[in-house]
Design a protein around this ligand. Structure first.
Ligand code: GKR
Ligand code: MG
Length: 425
């Protein structure tokens, strides 16, 4: 096989429309930011990645980019070394160190962004789909969950601002309507409610309305650390009644508080907030603070790291699920390729994908059916960049003026005294 070397690295910030979704930190801005990573080889192949689009991530990626010239896309340990050499963190920059020993999200995120693009190149060079390179599938597709949000009808208080097609969801009835549309359109078999927005009693009423409307769908609620331990204790009888929840995600904000909640919670506790790096796992296991870890190749350090996390989960009896932020199809393809290789991915994965109308890949949105997605066929990730769409979304980035996600400031346009200090309840 001919050697291929990376000859060019392109990082393009993009912005795409995002609805006014509510969470503990405020409300989504009208534009969500991402970065599109292209690694081009001397043979003209282009490997793709998608990551965060905030200024800090872009600066990290741009700083690393020149050091990737000449790299063999199969040399993932060397990639790790080069990424570590250009990012600060606690990780050992020795060749082959697969992940930071303590939490360093920025460094692991930079590695994850470039690693996926290298895997895509490996697939194109060998003619194999990415999941084959990761050991092959243990299931044909990945199940995703309906991800419900309380939401406003429109961005800003300005009635002239365009609405989206989802409308308002501020009470249990509107939540059920949102769920009916999302489940009807995509066939999701599980439902997650993003919480930490209203008084917990109201949010549990929302869950109960969902239970009545969807008697057989596993349910989850995620207040993003917006509740105190005392509030979580107060809500526990209602949350535990009739096995309402398959898991409770990040009710409280620290590992120690999660450990305390675990002493009285009958359901598993899940997290994408307190155990977010390999270095967090020993103490997390010691305290039995969480029983389900939400993997995310974007910040755990890539697809190899996701498989390693799943293996550690098997050893310590931790369930594995998958976290998401606002994202497009390159991310979804990568999530799906790695997802089909994880034997203990026992839960439907999160995805914001139905909330995004824009796409940056050829052919438009990937088809989620029966709540599932199979890895896109073809070598590597199986998706190709739509260059016109990339140029359009980059133009939105240049025009929108947003350089950092700031849900709290956006919320103050609706509610000037909004205070995101946690716990909110
Ligand atoms: O998009 O508002 C949101 C979510 O709250 C996101 O920021 C979280 O990272 O989805 C995430 C979660 O599960 O915590
Ligand atoms: Mg979460």
């Amino acid at each position: 096989m001919n050697r291929h070397r990376i000859a060019d690295v392109r990082i393009t910030p993009i912005a795409f429309r995002d609805p006014p979704l509510l969470n503990v930190a405020g409300v989504h801005q009208p534009w969500a930011l991402r970065s599109i990573i292209e690694l081009e080889t001397d043979s003209g192949l282009v490997g793709l990645g998608e990551s965060y689009g905030e200024a800090d991530t872009l600066a990290d990626l741009q700083r690393i980019a020149p050091d990737l010239i000449g790299l063999d896309p199969f040399a993932l340990n060397e990639l790790t070394h080069r990424v570590y050499a250009r990012t600060s963190g606690d990780g050992d920059p020795a060749v082959g160190a697969p992940y930071p020993p303590r939490g360093d999200k920025a460094r692991a995120s930079a590695l994850g962004a470039f690693e996926v693009a290298c895997w895509d190149l490996q697939g194109q060079i060998t003619g194999l789909p990415l999941h084959q390179l990761l050991g092959g599938p243990v299931r044909p597709d990945v199940s995703y969950s309906a991800y419900l949000f309380y939401k406003y009808a429109r961005h800003h208080a300005d009635p002239g601002y365009p609405t989206d097609t989802w409308g308002e969801a501020l009470d249990p009835q509107q939540l059920v309507e949102q769920a009916r549309r999302m489940v009807g359109q995509y066939g999701f078999g599980s439902i997650k409610l993003k919480a930490g927005v209203f008084e917990p009693e109201l949010e549990v009423e929302g869950l109960q309305a969902l239970r009545a409307a969807f008697p057989h769908h596993p349910l989850r609620i995620d207040p993003n650390g917006g509740w105190s331990v005392a509030t979580t204790r107060r809500m526990m009888p209602a949350l535990a009644r009739d096995g309402l929840l398959e898991y409770l995600e990040d009710p409280v904000g620290t590992l120690e508080e999660m450990a305390e909640v675990a002493t009285f919670a009958p359901m598993p506790l899940a997290t994408n907030m307190v155990t977010i790096a390999f270095g967090h796992l020993p103490r997390s296991v010691q305290l039995n603070a969480v029983q389900v870890v939400l993997s995310d190749h974007h910040y755990w350090g890539g697809l190899r790291a996701t498989q390693q996390l799943a293996a550690i989960g098997r050893v310590f009896g931790l369930g594995i699920s998958m976290h998401s932020n606002s994202h497009l199809g390159i991310s979804l393809a990568a999530m799906t390729h790695v997802g089909v290789t994880l034997p203990n991915l026992a839960y439907a994965c999160d995805t914001h994908y139905p909330w995004q109308e824009d796409e940056v890949i050829e052919g438009g949105k990937l088809p989620l059916r029966d709540g599932r997605l199979a890895p896109p066929p073809g070598p590597g990730l199986g998706v190709r960049l739509d260059r016109q769409a990339l140029a359009r979304l980059h133009r939105h980035y240049l025009d929108c003026g947003i350089r950092r996600r700031d849900d709290a400031s956006e919320m103050r346009k609706h509610q000037p005294d909004f205070d995101p200090t946690r716990p909110r309840f």
